[in-house]
Write a protein that binds this ligand. Sequence first.
Ligand code: CAA
Ligand code: NAD
Length: 302
Amino acid sequence: LNNNFSTTTPNNNSIQNITVYGSGLMGAGIVQVAAQNGFKVTMVDIEQAFIEKGKKIIDASLSRIAKKQFKDDENSQKSFIETTWSNIKTETNSEKGAENTDLIIEAIVENLETKQNLFKKLDKISKPNTIFASNTSSLPISEISKITERQDKFAGLHFFNPVPQMKLVEIIKNDQTSEDTYQKLVDVTKRMKKTPVTCKDTPGFIVNRLLVPYLMEAVRLAERGEATTEDIDTAMKLGAGMPMGPFELSDFVGLDTLKSIVDGWRKDGKIDAGLVAPIKKLDDLVKEGKLGRKSGAGFYTY
Ligand code: CAA
Ligand code: NAD
């Protein structure tokens, strides 16, 4: 006789349908990778113009991958691209996007209130067993999830830019994330052909907690006039084996994103103050609208 009522659900209800909110740099990448690996994906944004931008990001990346994977075989290239697109739907009505989905991945702007508002709305209309995940770079998962009544079905699912190329996904458990939710997210990550790592709900999780202070130290080093931007980039590429130098990478991530991470951590007070002290150069560039590659200029001009 088995009196042991398990709280975990069997694997026959694994995730098939995914809805991604946000069709920007990260959202489009997540949609693409999920669709490429056989998930049915709905891409949601607030306006059709943003959806079109997301589609362009996916198009460019898919043709790059198709050319690489299928060399001169144009038919296979075409069929790979068509099959991937056949798994993607788009939607500008956020309520509709949440219908019948197994997993919601939020990749909208990095603003706590905006994310909470979205999840609050989705919590009311989604199926009770839909799992919610946020791709936030720096906001505490517990702060975003507390607005919902499904904190056991809530976690961080943090992808890296460029999503199709970067193999890592950080899975962030908060105190209430259930083992069943966690295991389903591990399964989804692996089915997307990514490697999962797990981290507690702490500032920056693993990668950004180490990467962002390093990027900021590079800016301080240049600001003190100890080396040029170009030489620091060359040094870290050739001397430390980084694919991009810290200024190239900062421009790639987005200077507004970096500033909002550092400003958020400073307010939060959990990280050593020296690591998150304001940097005039960074603040000035953001004020001038020089946000990195996406705006045509940052530390470098594109
Ligand atoms: N889609 C598909 N494929 C892509 C791609 C994309 N968007 N971007 C690059 N690739 C592929 C290229 O096709 C190419 O493939 P092959 O080598 O097999 O031909 C390969 O990636 C390399 O591309 P490139 O030759 O064009 O350029 P590169 O060698 O400079 O590599 C890069 C580009 C992969 C971005 C590399 O420079 C890199 O790894 N940079 C560091 C990126 C990084 O650290 N990202 C994390 C940022 S932090 C973050 O995301 C977290 C956060 O919360 C802020
Ligand atoms: P982005 O600005 O390129 O895209 C955000 C998209 O969200 C925009 O298209 C916007 O219209 C849309 N949006 C805003 N409110 C919405 C709503 N209520 N519903 C649906 N869509 C909405 O931003 P991004 O760089 O893709 O970043 C998205 C998230 O991913 C952020 O939380 C960011 O911190 C995180 N992140 C960014 C990076 C990076 O390198 N840029 C890396 C990892 C994680």
